[in-house]
Design a protein around this ligand. Structure first.
Ligand code: HEM
Length: 538
């Protein structure tokens, strides 16, 4: 296990019962009372009924009856590890976040996940992977809740339930739509063409990674950094794996799913167990914080767009190493609660409409998933910084709730006055000029281009990687029942790349469609996106 969590006062929680190993010379009840017998119930005679009086039987069965909690509504299948992050100081000019100061070491907990499959699904399904990192900084928790692809399906969080309902199993028979009757997925992404860029990433080899250790991670959205002078910059987060980016072939993914559905979690756990610690560099692409927040024609608030590294190089600001497996999957990997709103001083959000919806969603779902409002007190979620939040009571409250005046302001215990010039406080509200004088339900015109980024990614791939993309579209669309859905999706491919559209149309036996938007002839490739040429990891 990684470093033991510390209490709000900084004391080690090694002896916290939630973490204490359960072994010893005798069995006990949950209350610690020594047991004589746990194999035979108390009965009215050897062949008689069981007596209600058998408290131990009741405790054992009752606890068992309540062992399951709801799985995550998305990203249900995951695996995690402990580690640490060391900053190299390159971000100091951009942000006052203490954990990014030169040489600062911060404990982390990282959970990888599949988006669509349930907790018991197989690891190697074609899917986007979650890449969520919790930094236990001295200034509080910072969560970088990213994915292994730099773009997302949708532009506005209000579409997220629709997207997830389209990819989750069919409600009538619980058969996964993304893996057998594919119509829901293809129907949605072909009707909402903003999803075309992300779909291209999923149909590429990035959708079937070789290992969690060999995936890039992306924050996707644009965030704002604020430095000690109050200057701001817009950035995108990148994780670069020391082992390079590698994928399975589709046949390998299928075989692994059959032979070892736990392929990725075993790989991660074995690597750490044997001391081959996975490592990533953390980097940022930096953009000026201009009023329009558009960089080289790309709207930085549109989460379906990425910025090629040729236009904004990734600047490395630190390194993360994973060096310890969890000791209790449920306590740590299952109960960890990430939230894009867990921010520290010097890191702020932008008005990306997908990010804004996420800020609401995570806490809301965790209230149900983790049984009430005190899930931040579960050891894996506890900050390694003093907590004085004045939040009270609620299910499973176990904190020392402080003095007799849990409200602000108060004159009884000092009241924790806020200082207007407190430079160590977070949530620096950067004044923003808002364009609108009235409310609207509108997208900006800069969100309208739904195809050029899919083209950019496709053209950045090597011939063999393109071949895999064509095979993936042909195979997955081949599982669709609805001819109209297939034709609609292939018609979008004509807007992305005519040769790709021809190949997929031929494989599906449907007419080759004509583009409906002007062909993106001026789209440059981004060589940094191809995996070919990277060394195989030691
Ligand atoms: C997990 C909502 C977009 C990355 C989750 C969970 C919810 C959720 C409800 C389950 C959390 C839990 O039970 O603890 C949403 C909504 C989105 C959205 C409403 C869009 C409006 C995204 C995007 C990314 C992302 C764009 C990547 C940049 C993740 C990850 C997890 C997750 C990595 C798993 C966290 C873990 O390992 O526990 N999301 N999500 N989500 N989401 Fe999102």
């Amino acid at each position: 296990r990684g470093p033991a969590p510390t209490s709000p006062t900084g004391a080690s929680l090694e002896v916290d019962p939630a973490y204490a190993a359960q072994h010893g010379e005798y069995l006990t009840t949950a209350g610690g009372t020594r047991l004589r017998e746990t194999d035979i119930s108390l009965k009215a005679g050897p062949r008689g009924p069981i007596l209600l009086r058998d408290h131990h039987l009741r405790e054992k069965i009752t606890h068992f009856d309540h062992e399951r909690i709801p799985e995550r509504v998305v990203h249900a299948r995951g695996a995690a590890a402990h580690g640490h992050f060391e900053a190299n100081g390159a971000a100091e000019r951009l942000t006052c976040a203490a954990f990014l100061r030169s040489g600062a070491q911060t404990p982390v907990f990282l959970r990888f996940s599949n988006v669509v499959g349930s907790r018991g699904s197989m690891d190697t399904a074609r899917d986007t992977r979650g890449f969520a990192t919790k930094f236990y900084t001295e200034e509080g928790i910072f969560d970088l809740v990213g994915n292994n692809m730099p773009v997302f399906f949708i532009q506005d969080g209000i579409k997220f339930p629709d997207l997830v309902h389209a990819v989750k199993p069919n409600p009538s028979n619980e058969i996964p739509q993304a893996q057998s009757a594919h119509d829901g997925f293809w129907d949605f992404v072909s009707l909402r063409t903003e999803a075309q860029a992300h779909t291209m990433w999923q149909m590429s080899d990035r959708g079937i990674p070789r290992s969690y250790r060999m995936m890039e991670g992306f924050g996707v959205h644009t965030f704002r950094l604020v430095n000690a002078e109050g200057e701001t910059a817009l950035i995108k987060w990148h994780w670069k794996p020391a082992f390079g980016v590698h994928s399975l072939t589709w046949e390998e993914a299928q075989l692994a799913a059959g032979n070892d559905p736990d392929y990725h979690r075993r790989d991660l756990s074995d690597a750490i167990e044997t001391g081959a610690f996975p490592r990533w560099d953390l980097g940022v692409q930096v953009f000026p914080d201009t009023e329009d927040q558009i960089f080289e024609g790309i709207d930085l608030l549109d989460p379906t767009k990425f910025v090629p590294e040729e236009l904004a190089p990734v600047q490395i600001i630190g390194t993360m190493t994973l060096d310890a497996n969890p000791v209790n999957y449920f306590a740590e990997t299952e109960q960890v609660a990430f939230h894009p709103g867990h921010l520290v001083r010097g890191i702020d959000v932008t008005n990306d409409p997908l990010l804004q919806a996420r800020l609401f969603s995570y806490i809301d779902t965790q209230l149900t998933r983790l049984g009430g409002p005190n899930f931040e007190q579960i050891p894996i979620n506890r900050p390694h910084a003093p907590v004085n939040d004045m939040l009270r009571d609620g299910f499973h409250q176990s904190g020392d709730q402080g003095g007799a005046a849990p409200y602000h302001p108060n004159s009884l215990d000092g009241g924790c006055p806020f200082l207007a010039d407190d430079t160590s406080a977070a949530f620096i509200d950067v004044p923003e000029k808002l364009a609108a004088s009235h409310t609207v339900r509108e997208q900006p015109a800069s969100f309208d281009d739904h195809f050029s980024q899919a083209t950019l990614f496709y053209r950045s791939l090597s011939p063999v990687e393109r071949e895999h993309v064509a095979q993936a579209y042909s195979f997955e669309l081949g599982k669709c029942f609805e001819q109209a859905v297939k034709e609609r999706q292939v018609s979008h491919l004509a807007n992305i790349d005519d040769e790709l559209a021809e190949r997929v149309a031929a494989a599906l036996g449907i007419p080759v469609p004509k583009p409906t938007v002007p062909p993106a002839t001026d789209v440059e490739a981004s060589p940094a996106l191809s995996q070919v040429g990277e060394s195989w990891p030691v």
